[in-house]
Design a protein around this ligand. Structure first.
Ligand code: COA
Length: 363
């Protein structure tokens, strides 16, 4: 008997219809509810993208202010909830701390509550690492401004909040990636929103999904100078190692988010002065692209979102160990929107497997 075809990794398997985002891996295009990511990044604040994903349309300027206030008020509530419990849940691992903080939300928590808790807990974790106490949010600030302020304890330098905002917009939503799918599986059982978001965050913690940007910087530290990039990449590949920040399950061209983030970072750094780090990163990307195309001529392995995420978050002074948690601060918007969509239209997700284990002996 021939074994039925097994879709390992579910690659190419269609499991739902979605109105939230379109990830075109061949064209290298990302749309969020019909809007190209390039346009959203230059024209819309993170709060606007949250409204777009959750309410279905971009807010008017007045609605944007309301959305900002709503998120600001939610940050204050999250702070009050987290403060008495933070010492009990904080660990050396930012993602584990974030997971525990999100678990503190009540079952009827709103998407704003979840976004707020993610920001307050992640900023609190960064403060804790630096030996500072949790800070109270300033609800009148934008989400990006307050996230930076809560993390550093200081007013963000000019341009920094705009750079973080561009990042949050860029990574807020991205189709049926592993963590969003995990959130949807949980939503499909009828579980509450915080449970679905915790599922997403748990799936995001693995190095093949959200954990690559820290290792990208470790790699740049090892390469040290652009001239050493090709030798380094060749040696890594010869030892069977993966080059972090390269390759993608869906994109067969350079990830459109890599373009957007690289541009935003270059603009920020041209204001700050030229960056040797960006020059080094570009050299490593070029070397990795060249060597990977020799090794896998049939498979285009190009820079993914994590490559320039690493540089951007480093430029903002975010510690490496908090990179994935900051990513989650944005992606919670996508999880919440997928939660709603799944609850409205989805069916219990329950695939099957071919049993290849022991069977009782026939008598
Ligand atoms: N460096 C070296 N080799 C890589 C690679 C990388 N970054 N990405 C993929 N490959 C190799 C794979 O090992 C595989 O080789 P094999 O056929 O000899 O086993 C081949 O290229 C094809 O891999 P592919 O099927 O495209 O990968 P995938 O869809 O299973 O995995 C990633 C996609 C993202 C997990 C993978 O590209 C990767 O591990 N990248 C590095 C981690 C990273 O940047 N993650 C963030 C993703 S946004």
């Amino acid at each position: 008997m021939t074994e039925p075809r097994i879709h390992e990794g579910l690659e190419g398997v269609l499991v739902a219809r979605t109105r939230l985002s379109c990830v075109d891996g061949q064209a290298g295009q990302l749309l969020a509810r019909g809007h190209a990511i390039e346009a959203l990044v230059s024209e819309v604040a993170f709060e606007g993208v949250v409204a777009l994903l959750l309410e279905g349309a971009l807010p008017s300027p007045g609605e944007l202010v309301t959305q900002q206030r709503k998120l600001g008020a939610a940050r204050s509530r999250a702070f009050e909830r987290l403060r008495p419990r933070f010492a009990a849940i904080v660990t050396k691992d930012a993602m584990a701390t974030l997971r525990s903080a999100l678990s503190l939300l009540e079952p009827d928590a709103t998407p704003a509550d979840a976004l707020a808790m993610a920001a307050v807990a992640t900023a609190g974790w960064i403060r804790e690492q630096r030996g500072g106490p949790l800070l109270a949010p300033e609800p009148a600030l934008s989400h990006a401004q307050d996230l930076l302020r809560l993390s550093s304890g200081a007013e963000p330098v000019p341009g920094a909040a705009a750079l973080l905002d561009a990042y949050l917009v860029t990574v807020a939503e991205h189709g049926f990636n592993a963590s969003t799918f995990a959130a949807r599986v949980t939503a499909s059982t009828g579980a509450d929103l915080p449970s679905a978001i915790v599922s997403g965050v748990a799936a995001l913690s693995g190095p093949l999904h959200g954990g690559a940007p820290g290792p990208v910087l470790d790699m740049l530290d090892q390469v040290r100078t652009p001239e050493r990039a090709s030798d380094f990449v060749r040696a890594e590949l010869a030892q069977g190692r993966r080059i972090m920040g390269m390759g993608h399950r869906v994109y067969r061209v350079r990830d459109p988010r890599a373009f957007v983030l690289e541009r935003a970072l270059a603009r920020y750094q041209s204001e700050e002065g030229a960056s040797a780090r960006l020059t080094l990163a570009r050299a490593v990307e070029a070397a990795a692209e060249a060597e990977l195309s020799k090794k896998y001529p049939a498979r285009a392995l190009r820079a993914n979102v994590e490559f320039y995420t690493a540089l951007l978050l480093e430029a903002l002074g975010v510690p490496r160990a908090a990179f994935t948690a900051i990513f989650a601060c944005a992606r919670v918007a996508g999880y919440a929107a997928h939660y709603r969509e799944q609850r409205e239209s989805g069916r219990l997700i329950r695939p099957s497997a071919v049993y290849v284990g022991e069977r009782p002996l026939a008598v």
